[in-house]
Design a protein around this ligand. Structure first.
Ligand code: F6P
Length: 323
C-alpha cells in the first residue's frame, strides 16, 4: 500500500475532523501518500482530491464539521456513479479508501468494496443508528448540546405553568431523544421505536404539575409519528386536552455543529488509526467501530444489513425516574 484516500459523507458529525487527522497522520507515519476527497462521493466521482500533508490537518482536532466537506450524492447510488468513482481512484493510483460516515455512507462503501476496491469504514453519525458500533462519532457531542438546551428550557419552564417540547434529530432512530430524556430528566419521551398518543403525552405533562413539579417537558425524536410539528398542531387545536400552553423548540442542525468533546475526539482518533492499520494488514470491507469498549472491525456486509436495536428498557427507566 502506497497511496490512500479519505472522505466524509452524509450529515457531518462532531469528531469527523479528528478522524481525518488520525487517518492522515497514521498514513504518513506508514510512509504512504494520503489524499483528501472533497465533498464526499460527489468529489470522488468528479476526481476532486488533494494530497494531505501533516500540516494540512493541523488545527482541526477541536473543530466541528469536516474540513473535507460532505454531501448527499444521489449519483453515487447508481452503478454508473460508482464506476466513475472507481475510474478516478484507479486513475490517481489510489489503493485504499477510508470512508467516514453513517448508514447511507457505509452502504456506498460496501458497494465499492463489492466491486473489488479496498475500503474501510469509520462509524460516524450523530443518529447512532449504525450497526457495528455501540456509539458512533458525534453522538456524545450532539447529546451534550441537546442536554444543554433541555437544562435551559427547564429553567424558564419553572417560571411558567406551561408545557415544553424539545425535538431532537436522529432520523428514524430514537437514541438521541431517549438519552436526552434520560439524562435531562424529561417528563416524557417520544421515539419512533415505541409510538404513543397525544393524549398520553398530555397526561404525562399534566401529571408532572399535578405532582408538584416546577416544569413539564417532553423530548420528541424527529422521526416519531407524532413529531414536534404534529404535536404542536394537535395541542393548538385541542388546547383543553393539555390544560396549558405548549412551547416548542426544534433543535435541528444546532446539534450537529458543535465542537467535539473529549469522548468524540478520542473515539475518532482511535477509529482513524485503526482504519489505516486495517488497510496495512490487508483487511478491508469492514467498519471500524466501538464494541464492548474495544475498537472492532465488523464486515460491511453485516453493518449494512443489520438493524441496530435500541434498549427500550431505558424508556421505562426514564418514565419511572420522571415521577
Ligand atoms: O443523519 C444525520 C442527520 O442530522 C439526521 O439526524 C437528520 O435527520 C438529517 O441528518 C438531516 O439531514 P440534512 O443535513 O441533509 O438536512
Amino acid at each position: 500500500m502506497k497511496r490512500i484516500a479519505v472522505l466524509t459523507s452524509g450529515g457531518d458529525a462532531p469528531g469527523m475532523n479528528a478522524a481525518i487527522r488520525a487517518v492522515a497522520r497514521t498514513s504518513l507515519a506508514k510512509e504512504w501518500e494520503v489524499f483528501g476527497v472533497q465533498h464526499g462521493y460527489a468529489g470522488l466521482i468528479a476526481g476532486d482530491l488533494r494530497a494531505l500533508g501533516a500540516r494540512d490537518v493541523g488545527g482541526i482536532l477541536q473543530s466541528g464539521g469536516t474540513m473535507l466537506g460532505s454531501a448527499r450524492c444521489a449519483e453515487f447510488r447508481t452503478e454508473e456513479g460508482q464506476l466513475k468513482a472507481l475510474q478516478e481512484l484507479n486513475r490517481l493510483g489510489i489503493e485504499g479508501l477510508v470512508v467516514i460516515g453513517g448508514n447511507g455512507t457505509q452502504t456506498g462503501a460496501y458497494a465499492l468494496s463489492q466491486k473489488g476496491f479496498p475500503v474501510v469504514g469509520i462509524a460516524s453519525t450523530i443518529d447512532n443508528d449504525l450497526s457495528g458500533s455501540e456509539i458512533t462519532i458525534g453522538v456524545d457531542t450532539a447529546l451534550n448540546i441537546a442536554l444543554e438546551a433541555v437544562d435551559r428550557l427547564k429553567v424558564t419552564a419553572s417560571s411558567h405553568q406551561r408545557a415544553f417540547l424539545v425535538e431532537v434529530m436522529g432520523r428514524k432512530c430514537g437514541y438521541l431523544a431517549l438519552m436526552t430524556g434520560l439524562a435531562g430528566g424529561a417528563e416524557a419521551v417520544v421515539i419512533p421505536e415505541m409510538e404513543t398518543s397525544p393524549e398520553k403525552i398530555a397526561a404525562d405533562l399534566r401529571g408532572a404539575y399535578d405532582r408538584g413539579k416546577p416544569h413539564a417537558l417532553v423530548v420528541v425524536a424527529e422521526g416519531a409519528n407524532y413529531n414536534a410539528e404534529k404535536l404542536a398542531k394537535y395541542f393548538k387545536e385541542y388546547r383543553e386536552r393539555l390544560g396549558f400552553e405548549l412551547r416548542v423548540t426544534a433543535l435541528g442542525h444546532v446539534q450537529r455543529g458543535g465542537a467535539p468533546g473529549a469522548f468524540d475526539r478520542i473515539l475518532a482518533t482511535r477509529l482513524g488509526a485503526a482504519a489505516t492499520d486495517a488497510l496495512a494488514r490487508g483487511e478491508h470491507s469492514v467498519l471500524m467501530g466501538l464494541l464492548k469498549g474495544a475498537i472492532t472491525a465488523t464486515p460491511l456486509a453485516e453493518v449494512v444489513n443489520e438493524k441496530k436495536n435500541l434498549d427500550l428498557s431505558l424508556l421505562e427507566l426514564a418514565r419511572v425516574l420522571a415521577k
